[in-house]
Structures are given as C-alpha cells and as structure tokens.
Design a binder for this molecule. Structure first.
Ligand code: FRU
Length: 463
C-alpha cells in the first residue's frame, strides 16, 4: 500500500499533520495500526468543507508523519449518518464476520445517527458494525445493525478494545447529555452487556463525547498498569469551547475506578475528541482533532478544513509528592528540523515546519516570541512566563487576518513547586502550534494563521 501523498503547498496547509485533501474533517475515528500501516478514519463531509453528510473518511501512513487519503470508507446513507467510533482487529474472528479460513477481519464499531428520514429510528443514536476483509480498504455494513440500541437520542462514540485479562471486548461510549460513560462488554462484538456506568460531577461544563479507556503500562514492568479514561466535553474545555480531559484510575474489565481528579489533556483550544490507536503494544498513542467547536467551521482554509494534532504518546511520571501524573510526549516527525535555542536569546528559523527546543527560566517574567515574516507588524506567537511562573501560549497576534478573537490565550500551565528551569519543545507546522512543557507534563495546542513560515525566535523581558 502506498502511503505517501504528494506535497501540498496551499496557504496554511500543515505538511506533517493529517489534513483532508479537499473536504471537512472532525473527530479521529477507527485509529488502528494494522499490518505495519497506520489507519486513521475520520468524521468527514465528503462533499463540503463544513459539517454535514457525516461519513468516515480514511487516510493511511507508514510513519505517522505524512498521510495519504483513500476513498471514503463508510458513507452516510438515506436516514443514517455515520458518527464517531473505532476499529478493532478481530484476529480470531470472534464475530463470525470474517470469511472462513481467512485472516480475521477488521470490524468498525460506529454510531448510527438516524435522521428524520429513517422509518423506525428517527432521532435516535445506536451502535452498529461494518466489516473489512481486505485490511481496511473496502467495507461492508453488517446486516443486523444496530447491535446496541438503548432507544436514546445521545448514545454515541463507541471505543472498543480487547481486554486481555478478561478475554472480552470492552466498549466505552457516552450518554452525551447525561455526562456519563457506559462500559459494555462482549465476546463476539455483536451482543453487548452493560457492565458499569461512570460520571464525574466535576466535568459538567458541557456534553460528553468521544471517550476512550487506555492502558498505560508501568515502565519496566509486565504486569503493573494504570488506566486513563479520556473524555471530551463541549463546551467546558480548559481554554474555552471544546476540550479533552483525562482521569487516571484502575480498570478490572468491568468498572473504571478513578484514583485522581480529571485533568486537561491539553491546555490549548485545539485538541478535541482525542483517542488512541488500536494495535499498538505498550504506551498508548493518541491523535486529537486540532480544532474547537466554537469556531471550527470558520477557520480560513480551503477547500479543506481541519487538521489532526501530532500523535502523542502517553506515559506516567511521579509528581513532586510521588503521585503518578500523566505525561504526553509529542511524536515529532524526523523530517521537521530542530532548532535548539541553547543559551542563546535569539535564533533564525526557516521553512514552514520547525521544532524549537530549549529551557525556559521561570525565575523572571519573560516571553518567547516567534515572528512569522519580517518587521514589528508581522504575526507573532508568544509563550508568556509570568511572575507566578505560569506558562501561557498566546496567539492573539499570530494571525494574518483576525481570527477567533474570543479565544486567544491558552489555559496556564502551573509547574510543580520548585521547578525553575523547564524544558520545552515548540512544534510549528503552517497553521499548527504545539507546545510541550516540562518533559510532557503539559501540552498546549493552538491553530494559528500567520500566512508565512516562522522566521525568528527571540527571548524578551516582560514587565
Ligand atoms: C464530537 C462529535 C461526536 C459525534 C461526531 C459527529 O465532535 O459531536 O460526538 O459522533 O462529532 O460528527
């Protein structure tokens, strides 16, 4: 399978982030590493650059850096939109949906969002299956859909994985308006039993969407593990509009038991519906939608709209009091040149994509200023460090034309007590800016529309 796409040089087009060729994209769906190829399906309007006609688009990558779009995998049908979901490799053909004697199929578990045109189920959302017997290229809808129907109007976004210890399939899905995650289990992907329901009163800022439950193996141990429940809320995000949260805890195959409070997965405006790839051994790899429902349809790109974030690897580290804390490392493509600031106060940058690295000295307020183009009036992205050692990504001046004026500054990262020197990586790729702080203890993602590549980075004192 060829996965390399020709470079596309339109204004604002990221080169190392997944973007659709010419249409609308929202949530990542059905992320899976299968037979050495990374598959990303995504919420797609195949005939427009705003939300509508929801179907599953499809793209593939060999390296998680460059992607090639394939034909639409699951098109919407009369009376049924294809909402978010996941893909599993049913290696043992537990579903019986594979061909006898052939390798086990890929099975997509997605939400059927029935429209008013549906004769029996208008206005409801239920979970359905589709199968691919050729490694993800072509798909057939299952004849007995839906397979899980609660008669609900807001039951959606099934994320399915194999739970090794219980030998069962596990599905997390939301009752979006009730702010709850429902955990169902199955032996065959076709019959599902409710195992438990979870809610978190602290996350009541908006409807819940796109949950995931990921296993994070403890470093150096085969058996020790933590789990993280990921859930997106709209609104209620940490920087306004939509956003993604993570809750650490334990999982016994039926019930998730939180051991910590929900924390933002990303402190910026532009990381939503982040979910993990299936088929990955060890640390989970997540991809998020790099947009925000408050302005998603207004981004100044065309004919395509939206990008995915860079992939992020999840791990754990101890915090100052020894409690485990989520760590998220950006997977920066090897093709992106690295400019290390070292002890310098300024450096020249070149090209549309660059990764700036260095150490922030938190003892005095200052800013890291990235200019796009020449001159004082050129667009500028700022990393601000204030007198309380808080770090904020500020995109208020980073656009060529005014954009999302109500959404300029990220939520602040407050580093652990005593931290004075903080490593950072700032990855810039056309309209994407992703800042990783303190070895991955925080990530901040923002879209920017400077209309030019980054030209200089400079450390400047502030009041
Ligand atoms: C999240 C979401 C999902 C839904 C999909 C529809 O962004 O609203 O809950 O399945 O988008 O496109």
């Amino acid at each position: 399978m060829t996965t390399t796409a020709p470079p596309r040089a339109e204004l604002h087009r990221p080169q190392f982030h997944l973007t659709p060729d010419a249409t609308w994209m929202n949530d990542p769906n059905g992320l899976i590493l299968h037979e050495g190829t990374w598959h990303a399906f995504f919420q797609n309007n195949p005939s427009g650059s705003t939300w509508g006609n929801m179907s599953w688009g499809h793209a593939v990558s060999e390296d998680l850096a460059t992607w090639r779009e394939l034909p639409v995998a699951l098109p919407c049908r009369e009376g049924e939109l294809i909402f978010s979901g996941s893909v599993v490799h049913d290696a043992e053909n537990s579903s019986g949906l594979g061909a006898p004697g052939e390798p086990g199929p890929l099975v997509a578990v997605y939400t059927s969002a029935y429209t008013d045109a549906h004769p029996e189920r208008a206005g409801t959302q239920a979970q359905s299956l589709a199968v691919s017997r050729d490694g993800g290229t072509t798909w057939q809808f299952h004849s007995e859909n839906p397979v899980l129907d609660r008669g609900s109007a807001d039951f959606r976004d099934p994320k399915v994985f194999r739970h090794a210890a219980s030998g069962r399939w596990v599905m997390v899905a939301v009752e979006a308006v009730d702010h709850s995650v429902l955990i169902h289990t199955s032996t065959d992907l076709r019959r599902w039993e409710l195992a438990s329901t979870l809610t978190d009163p602290a996350l009541d800022g908006g409807i819940w969407e796109c949950p995931d439950l990921v296993r994070i193996p403890a470093a150096g141990s085969e058996t020790e593990e933590s789990w993280a429940l990921i859930v997106s809320t709209n609104p209620g995000g940490p920087a306004g509009g939509s956003g993604t949260y993570a809750i650490l805890g334990g999982f016994d195959g039926r019930t998730f038991t939180p051991t910590a409070e929900a924390v933002p997965l990303d402190l910026g405006q532009d990381c939503y519906a982040a979910v993990s790839f299936g088929g990955v051994e060890g640390a989970p790899v997540l991809l998020g939608w790099m947009n925000n429902w408050d302005y998603a349809e207004l981004t100044p790109t065309g004919p395509w709209r939206s990008a995915m974030t860079l992939p992020r690897t999840l791990g754990l580290a101890g915090d100052a009091v020894g409690a485990p804390r989520l760590v998220q490392r950006l997977r920066v493509p090897a093709e992106i040149p690295v400019v290390d600031l070292g002890g310098q106060i300024a450096a020249r940058l070149d090209g549309t994509a660059v990764c700036v690295t260095g150490v922030l000295d938190l003892r005095t307020p200052h800013r890291l200023s990235v200019r796009f183009g020449e001159g004082e009036d050129s667009p500028e992205l700022r990393v601000e460090i204030d007198a309380q050692r808080r770090v904020v990504l500020d995109r208020s001046a980073a656009h060529r034309e005014p954009f999302a004026p109500g959404h300029t500054r990220s939520a602040p990262f407050v580093p652990p007590a005593g931290v004075e020197q903080m490593p950072f990586r700032l990855v810039l790729d056309a309209s994407t800016a992703e800042l990783e702080l303190d070895g991955g203890r925080a990530v901040i993602s923002q879209q920017i529309f400077p209309g030019a590549g980054p030209t200089t980075v400079r450390i400047e004192p502030t009041a």
